[in-house]
Design a protein around this ligand. Structure first.
Ligand SMILES: Cc1c2[nH]c(c1CCC(=O)O)Cc1[nH]c(c(CCC(=O)O)c1C)Cc1[nH]c(c(CCC(=O)O)c1C)Cc1[nH]c(c(C)c1CCC(=O)O)C2
Length: 344
């Protein structure tokens, strides 16, 4: 690798970097006109995910425009269920749809061909490492088993993941089998992304916040720990960010028990608590994406509060969840300048 170190990797190694490096969850997406233009010629959303040429292009778009410190592979957490033949599709205005799975379906899942199916995504990772500026980190990712399982069981997004919570109580054996299988496939997938050129990987547990205490331990911590142990046993240098949205007070034990190098924080995490969490290691977050829609002083004040509370420790500046399609690209320009201290 290069002699120049990538700032996000430095932070993941526990260093304080000032100003903090930044990237935004969902930084390649519908708020960007160039993304919408590529999306329009790509066919379906999954066609875009499986086209190394177009997926590379949309990954690079926000890097060209804003010079973020990291690019995140353009793909989706649902490519694993797609590789498991769950008939994943993205319908305009409806979000993802899958064939809902039951206990018998879970035991019939066939994991063998999954990495072959994901070969185009791994090719995208390799192309990206060859096209990115030397100083820009490349992040790979996967969904956490709990969040991926919620979509597989319900067959679509729901406000509270009631179908998956109910299934977990009624069919504990099948559910545990599904989480273990997703964890093992995800670990293999992350190792392959690292080998293809990813500097670090993020595990997205977007639905961790609907779990009770015991369930958080069983369904959020345990499978993510299984992924991290598996990846690190094979690639000891691998750096892993774990983002459990809505995990609140569980975040302290989440970091300790998953052994993630950094934890992602959503915007509901109080900054004083975030500073406590930062004493145990690097944190990433946590601006409310609506502040990027609002712009102006709402944006500036949100940024300043995070920098003040967390800027003197290991921090990767990010949003508390993905940027939304309503965000004005000009507000992102303003955000980048302010985080980098160019606008105060
Ligand atoms: C739960 C989840 C999914 N996908 C993902 C998560 C976890 C993070 C989160 O909670 O946001 C992760 C994801 N999805 C996407 C990325 C790309 C990388 C990035 O820029 O962050 C990443 C990291 C692209 C995408 N994934 C999706 C889009 C929009 C689809 C389009 O362009 O037509 C993008 C850019 C589609 C998607 N994919 C998913 C949903 C619920 C949707 C529909 C929501 C929507 O329409 O905004 C599942």
């Amino acid at each position: 690798m290069s002699s120049k170190s990538r700032k996000i990797v430095d932070v993941l190694n526990g260093k304080t970097v000032s100003p903090p490096p930044l990237w935004l969850m969902r930084q390649a997406g519908r708020y960007l006109p160039e993304y919408r233009a590529t999306r329009a010629v790509a066919g379906s959303f999954l066609d875009l995910c499986y086209s190394p040429e177009l997926a590379t292009e949309v990954t690079l778009q926000p890097i060209r425009r804003y010079g973020f410190d990291a690019a995140i592979l353009f793909s989706d957490i649902l490519v694993i269920p797609d590789a498991l033949k769950r008939n994943v599709r993205f319908e305009e205005g409806h979000g993802p749809r899958l064939d809902p799975i039951d206990a018998a379906g879970i035991h019939a899942l066939e994991g063998k061909g999954v990495l072959d199916h994901l070969q185009p995504v791994l090719e995208t990772v390799g192309r990206l490492r060859g096209s990115l500026p030397e100083e820009t980190a490349l992040l790979g990712f996967c969904g956490a088993p709990w969040t991926v399982a919620t979509y597989m069981i319900a067959g679509h997004g729901t406000p509270d993941q009631a179908p998956a919570r109910l299934f977990a109580y009624r069919e504990p054996k099948a559910f545990a089998y599904l989480l273990d299988m997703l964890a093992d496939l995800s670990a293999d997938y992350l190792v392959a992304q690292i080998d293809a050129g990813a500097d670090a990987v993020q595990i997205f547990d977007s639905w961790a916040g609907v779990l009770g205490e015991k369930e958080f331990s069983e369904f959020a911590i345990k499978p993510v720990r299984r992924i991290i142990d598996s990846v690190k046993s094979r690639r000891p240098q691998a750096k892993i960010i774990a983002f459990a949205k809505g995990a609140g007070l569980f975040l302290k034990t989440y970091r300790q028990d998953t052994r993630a190098d950094a934890i992602g924080l959503d915007w509901s995490v109080p900054l004083a608590f975030a500073a406590e969490l930062q004493k145990d290691g690097p944190v990433q977050g946590n601006l409310d994406p609506m502040r990027v829609v609002a712009g102006g002083t709402a944006l500036d004040e949100g940024i300043d509060a995070i920098l003040q509370a967390l800027g003197n420790g290991p921090l990767i500046f990010n949003l508390g969840h993905g940027i939304t399609p309503q965000a004005d690209p000009e507000n992102v320009t303003r955000l980048v300048a302010r985080v980098r201290g160019e606008a105060r």
